[in-house]
Each structure stands twice: as structure tokens, then as C-alpha cells.
Design a protein around this ligand. Structure first.
Ligand code: HEM
Length: 509
């Protein structure tokens, strides 16, 4: 089953827009409040943007599918720094490399806040205490969690120590696919199991999904995706904060998110309990959980961290690999070039690839960059303004949401030649990278909120893609022509293929 998912479900097309009209009497009240509200931004010197309706502002723009495409088209009309108003919420969108640089570098201090959607089933006070992703500001608490992640999970030393584990989980995936030779597989689900088990081993020293247990992989993927989708779908109170506290959740999204969270916490809590009970120095695992327990973290703190490591990590990685495979299947020339590169380096089975080979595979690297340019898993970097500042000669008011539109930058013909085509060659003989220095290519963000999982993701994506292409030939079900492969997107974070990619593996001879 396909489910939208996201860190920031900025999509409104599923939003019961008509409900706003049912609330018309309230609108009048709101209008009066807006007039006198000090946080209401005067139109003075805001970046340009499309015309707004009274009260609801630009909400009607989002009744159509794919908001990332809608706002990217609007940016071509209104410019690289644009403003929208959804209800009383001001939204600033940066849609060019220069605007991204201003937001993420020049004004990083002012614009590195976050605003958790109201559907997130976590109390604001808990988010402040325990969350990295949804920490409202870069507080000392947020900093200490990032330092912990960097040191324990993603430092060079930690990554080196985990290399065997990542390689082992990939080898298991290859073995499983070998058993599925000639059968149709949902590649997203297979990759999900490999990624989730890798992360599960980092945290708990054990697999969280049985290899080959397709139902379990499907169910867990669904729980993660549903959680992310529901927790981030805008509620009315996201646009009319004055309604916060009334618990208006017409679609039941907050309730569903809470249900998914309960399911995840239930399983992880049990693993924590077992570890606490068996805690004894002779049984150390050397994993993240041991570290957390040794350092006196409470269950609730550990659970919140897992919530940001497991769904966030697995979702983005799986989406990237599914898109990369879809592009390679559709673009035969690129697939052949990648196969040739892998054959030259004798990468023909999971034993012949080590992570250390990755830097010697320029075409593989170029394929990953090109995939992330065309299909950034997080289409909008979700920031907020902690204080009012001037950006590109416009005012960005305090408390406005500030999004960098990566999809618009990745598809801008003034930045990229032939931007809608998959052409990995554009990255060969180029120093352009996604480490946060080149503002044309920011799939992991930049600045202080940049993705802390980048070093891990970078290794895992390359490794999985190398074995999928190096060890197998792939065909589409019913002998369909790859050039007809449906590449439609469904807005979510991660940005998804509307139709899951179904493929048939054939062992390379
Ligand atoms: C292809 C894989 C991935 C992509 C493209 C990606 C992308 C991103 C982006 C764009 C952001 C927001 C940056 C900003 O606001 O400026 C982010 C934040 C974050 N990512 Fe990733 N990510 C990936 C993998 C991972 C993994 C594997 C993990 C964890 C295991 C992870 C955990 C996080 C967390 C916790 C944050 C919030 C950081 C903060 O707000 O301080 N991500 N990621």
C-alpha cells in the first residue's frame, strides 16, 4: 500500500479545505483578531507572492496535487524569494541557490528554527526536551543531542566500526533477492528491510524484521510512512493558531499518528526493558542502547531519539534508492554505463564490494547525486524565523515559516541544463557535492540544521545501489518497456513514486 509520508507534510491537497468555509462565522472573529494581533505581519516589505484571499490567504492554491510543483511554478513568476500566507501563517519560500545561501548561511542563526506541525502527537514541552528534528530552536539541549549523535552514531570512528554491519545487511539483501529470482518484488520493501535492520542493529544489536518476512516489512514500512504522513499533515490550527487548543482534527490525523507512535514505542520499549533487566557488564553489546543506558538516559528520551533515527533514516534512504533504480531502469544508457563501471571494478556479488570502493566509482557517485537533484526526499527544508531579518532586501518576519524549495532549485533551467532529464554525466569532472557547500545541490540541507545522518546515508545508498546493479539484471513485470515506466511523484517527505516500483531480479551470469 502506498502511503504519503513526510517530516513536513506541507501538502494541503488532502486538507478539508471546505471546512474553512463551514467556519465562516469564525472567520469574521479571526479577521478582527488579525487586525489587532501584534504577531500579524504588516504587508510591509514582505517578499512578493500571489494574491491572497481574505482570511484564508493562499490556502486555495493547495487544493491541487503536488504542492512542490505548484510553488515552484509560482516562484518562476514571483521570484526566488516569495511569500505566501496560509490563514494567519506567513510562509517564505527560497527557490534559488542564492536565496538558499542567504537563508542557510548568511542568516542561519535567525532562520534555523523549526515549527512542529500541530498534528505531531508529542507535547511541545517534550519536543523541546527530547527532539532533534523538531527542536524549535538550536538550544543547548538540541546541541547536546546532535553532539551525541555525531559522536556515537556517525563519527568517522563509529562509521568505520559499523562498516561490516552495513556490508552484512546488504549481503543478506542480495541473498534474499537471489532467492526471488524471476519473481516480482517491491524493491522499496526489500530495501526497507535491509535499512531498518541495519539501523536496528546499530541501536539494539539485532534485526527488527525477519529476513524474507515480507508481511512484517510491509507492515512496519506502513507504520513508519503513516506516522510521518499523519504527524505532519496540517491541521486548521497550523494556519489559525488562535484555534489551537480546540483539538480540531477533522481528518483524525493526530489520532492516527498517536496510534502509530504507540505501536513503535511498544516494541522499542520492550527491547529497552529487556536490556535494562539483563544489564550486566559481561553482556555489553556496544550499541547505541548500551551507550544511552550507561549514560543514564530515561526510556522516554531513548524512545524519542529512536523515533528520529528509525523512521527518518529509513524513509529517506528507501525513497532515494527506489528513485535511483527507477531512473536507471528507465534510462538504459546510464544503466549500462554504471554496469560497466561496476564490472571494471569486479563488483559482481556482495562479497566483492566494500564501502572503501565507493570513492573509486565516479559514475555511481554521479548517479546518486543526479537522483537526489531530481528527487530530493525532503523537497522543502523546513525552517522558521526565530527573529525578524532582512533577506535579499525583503523582510522575513519573526515566526514565519521559511522553506528552501529544493525541488525548484533542482529543476531550474537557469541552474541546470535540461533539468528534467536524468543525466549523471553532468556531475562527472565536477566538484559539486551535497555536503552543504554548494547551494545548487542541498538534499541534506546546509548550516546548523543540516542532516546529521548524511555520513551514514551516503555510505548506505551507494552500497545498496552498487549491489543492486552489480549483482542483478532487472526487468519490469509483464515485459513492459522500461521507457514507459511511470515516474509520477506523490508529494510527501520522502518524495515518493506515486506507484511503487515493481521489478524482477535476474542474477547476472
Ligand atoms: C538520503 C538520505 C537522507 C536525506 C536526503 C536526508 C535529508 C535531510 C534534510 C534535508 C534535513 C533537513 C535539513 C535542514 O533543515 O536544513 C534532514 C534533517 C535530519 N535528518 Fe536526514 N536525511 C537522510 C538520512 C537521514 C538518516 C539516515 C538519519 C538518521 C539515522 C537522518 C536524520 C535526520 C535528523 C534527526 C534531522 C534533523 C536535524 C536537526 O533538525 O537538527 N536523516 N535530513
Amino acid at each position: 500500500m502506498d502511503l504519503n509520508s513526510s517530516f513536513v507534510q506541507f501538502s494541503l491537497f488532502s486538507f478539508p479545505f471546505f471546512l474553512l468555509f463551514l467556519l465562516l462565522p469564525l472567520s469574521i472573529h479571526l479577521l478582527l483578531r488579525i487586525k489587532s494581533s501584534p504577531s500579524q505581519v504588516k504587508a510591509r516589505n514582505l517578499p512578493p507572492g500571489p494574491r491572497r484571499w481574505p482570511v484564508i490567504g493562499n490556502i486555495p492554491l493547495f487544493i491541487w496535487k503536488n504542492p512542490h510543483v505548484i510553488v515552484s511554478n509560482l516562484a518562476r513568476i514571483h521570484g526566488p524569494l516569495m511569500s505566501l500566507r496560509l490563514g494567519t501563517q506567513v510562509i517564505i519560500l527560497g527557490s534559488s541557490p542564492d536565496a538558499a545561501k542567504e537563508i542557510l548561511k548568511t542568516h542561519d542563526r535567525d532562520l534555523s528554527g523549526r515549527c512542529a506541525p500541530k498534528a505531531t502527537p508529542i507535547k511541545e514541552s517534550d519536543l523541546k526536551k527530547f527532539s532533534l528534528l523538531w527542536a524549535t530552536d538550536c538550544s543547548p539541549k538540541w546541541k547536546s543531542i546532535r553532539v551525541l549523535w555525531k559522536g556515537e552514531l556517525f563519527s568517522n570512528k563509529a562509521l568505520e566500526a559499523q562498516a561490516c554491519l552495513r556490508e552484512k545487511k546488504v549481503a543478506e539483501m542480495v541473498e534474499y533477492l537471489g532467492r526471488k529470482e524471476g519473481e516480482v518484488v517491491k524493491i522499496g520493501e526489500v530495501v526497507f528491510a535491509a535499512v531498518y535492520n541495519t539501523l536496528g542493529n546499530l541501536c539494539f544489536s539485532r534485526d527488527l524484521i525477519g529476513l524474507g518476512d515480507e508481511k512484517m516489512a510491509r507492515d512496519w514500512k506502513e507504520v513508519f510512512w503513516r506516522f510521518m504522513e499523519c504527524a505532519t499533515t496540517p491541521l486548521i490550527a497550523d494556519f489559525f493558531p488562535v484555534l489551537d487548543g480546540l483539538g480540531l482534527d477533522f481528518q483524525g490525523k493526530k489520532k492516527q499518528a498517536a496510534k502509530c507512535m504507540k505501536k513503535m514505542f511498544g516494541v522499542w520499549q520492550e527491547l529497552i526493558r529487556q536490556r535494562r533487566e539483563s544489564a550486566d557488564d559481561s553482556k555489553k553489546h556496544g550499541d547505541f542502547l548500551d551507550f544511552m543506558l550507561e549514560n543514564g538516559f530515561l526510556d522516554i528520551q531513548i524512545l524519542f531519539m529512536l523515533l528520529e533515527i528509525l523512521p527518518a533514516g529509513a524513509g529517506t534512504l528507501v525513497a532515494t534508492i527506489e528513485w535511483a533504480m527507477a531512473e536507471l531502469i528507465k534510462n538504459k544508457e546510464a544503466m549500462i554505463k554504471l554496469e560497466e563501471e561496476l564490472q571494471t571494478h569486479k563488483i559482481v556479488d556482495s562479497n566483492s564490494i566494500r564501502e572503501s570502493h565507493i570513492s573509486q566509482l565516479p559514475y555511481l557517485n554521479a548517479c546518486v547525486k543526479e537522483t537526489l537533484r531530481l528527487h530530493p526526499p525532503i523537497a522543502f527544508l523546513p525552517h522558521s524565523a526565530q527573529s525578524t531579518c532582512e533577506v535579499m532586501s525583503y523582510t522575513v518576519p519573526e515566526n514565519s515559516l521559511v522553506f528552501v524549495n529544493l525541488w525548484a532549485i533542482g529543476h531550474d533551467p537557469t541552474v541546470w541544463e535540461d533539468p528534467f532529464s536524468f543525466r549523471p554525466e553532468r556531475f562527472l569532472n565536477s566538484n559539486l557535492d551535497y555536503k552543504g557547500q554548494d547551494f545548487e545541490l542541498l538534499p541534506f540541507g546546509a548550516g546548523r540544521r543540516m542532516c546529521p545522518g548524511l555520513p551514514f546515508a551516503n555510505k548506505k545508498v551507494h552500497l545498496i545501489l552498487a549491489v543492486l546493479v552489480g549483482c542483478f539484471d532487472w526487468s519490469l513485470p509483464d515485459n513492459r518497456d522500461p521507457s514507459d515506466l511511470d515516474m509520477n511523484e506523490k508529494y510527501a517527505v520522502p518524495l515518493q513514486k506515486e506507484k511503487s516500483l515493481l521489478l524482477i531480479p535476474h542474477r547476472k551470469s
